[in-house]
Design a protein around this ligand. Structure first.
Ligand code: PHE
Length: 333
């Protein structure tokens, strides 16, 4: 009984004293341990009562020790010293930016430097913004160019970020200079070269007197900033419903300097994007007077640019979160 009172009344602010108390009560030669030893000498009829009190004492002592230790650990270390706030922190492993984020930022930075703003829009888009405004006639086979995930007849996952440019044109007056980064979706079988989700940056420039020469020079500037100042570009005629004329843009191969190798299939060039002069119908659909204004547009896949820049041969790496792949981009800011 008196030991129980002692246990309950005990208090200290010194960890060493807590440890001494523990040894005194619960240690091999401690008071509680000694009483345990006494147990067999207790007359049978008292054993039950004695046992209960002993258990009570033991757990009270244990709880007291734990409580005091817990309290004191907040203000001092186990050696009883004050916490050392100058101790160097433990090493925290840092992650790496995803290569697509690295390259998206690089693309946006390049266009920001020549006055392009950044615009974003919804991933779930209506038919008007993804197709109709962009001069895809209803039932026209051009809609099949981009296999679409439809949500219902009028609503789909956007197949390109040209839809964002439509929104920008609707909501502002020229001059317009904007780049639109974002995720896009196409119903394609997944392989090393295609995926049902990928990322684009599309660009739009509308003002009075914008010409094809402006487009070419802008793309050359981009290619040289992205791939190095010796990079050359080549334009090949192409078709998009929203641009006329339209072109496919190639850059000289980085591996062989345009001389021809396995990577560029001995052509010396690799395709990086589509582009063209905005079709007057598109300007009109978006409330811009095509007699006053003209413009150019271009669109590229961030995956494709990243694959060329870092010589990645399989698109699926970008989506599989394999740390052996991602860790290689630790130094790429
Ligand atoms: N929107 C086209 C695509 O997704 C790319 C493009 C944009 C082409 C602008 C020409 C002009 O394939």
């Amino acid at each position: 009984e008196s030991l129980l009172k002692e246990v309950e009344g005990f208090t200290t602010s010194d960890l060493k004293a807590v440890e001494e108390f523990r040894i005194k009560m619960l240690g091999k030669k401690g008071a509680v341990t000694a009483l345990m030893g006494e147990f067999r000498n207790v007359p049978n009829e008292q054993k039950k009562m004695f046992g209960q009190k002993l258990n009570l004492l033991k757990s009270a002592a244990q709880e007291k020790v734990n409580l005091l230790k817990e309290e004191l650990s907040h203000t001092s270390t186990s050696a009883g010293e004050k916490l050392d706030l100058t101790r160097p922190a433990e090493f925290t492993p840092l992650g790496a930016r995803h290569p697509l984020s690295v390259v998206r930022k690089e693309i946006l930075d390049i266009f920001s430097r020549i006055g392009f703003s950044i615009s974003e829009g919804p991933e779930i888009e209506d038919d008007f913004h993804n197709f109709t405004a962009l001069n895809f006639p209803p039932e026209h086979p051009a809609r099949d160019m981009q296999d679409t995930f439809f949500i219902d007849e009028e609503i789909a996952l956007r197949t390109h970020t040209s839809s964002v440019q439509v929104r920008v044109m609707e909501n502002s007056t020229p001059p317009i200079r904007t780049v639109s980064p974002g995720r896009v979706f196409r119903n394609e079988a997944i392989s090393a070269r295609a995926h049902c989700i990928f990322h684009q940056v599309e660009g739009l420039y509308i003002d009075k007197g914008v010409s094809f020469a402006d487009l070419k020079q802008t793309l050359l500037y981009f290619a040289q900033e992205m791939f190095g100042e010796k990079t050359e570009i080549r334009l090949r005629p192409s078709y998009f419903p929203f641009t006329e004329p339209s072109a496919e843009v190639d850059v000289s191969c980085q591996i062989c300097n345009g001389k021809g190798c396995n990577v560029c299939k001995h052509t010396g060039f690799l395709e990086i994007m589509g582009c063209g002069m905005v079709d007057p119908n598109v300007l009109e659909n978006c409330g811009i007077d095509s007699n006053v204004y003209s413009g150019f547009a271009f669109g590229m896949g961030i995956e494709r640019i990243t694959m060329l820049k870092y010589q990645i041969n399989d698109l699926r790496h970008f989506f599989e979160n394999d740390l052996r792949f991602l860790n290689q981009f630790k130094s790429a800011y």
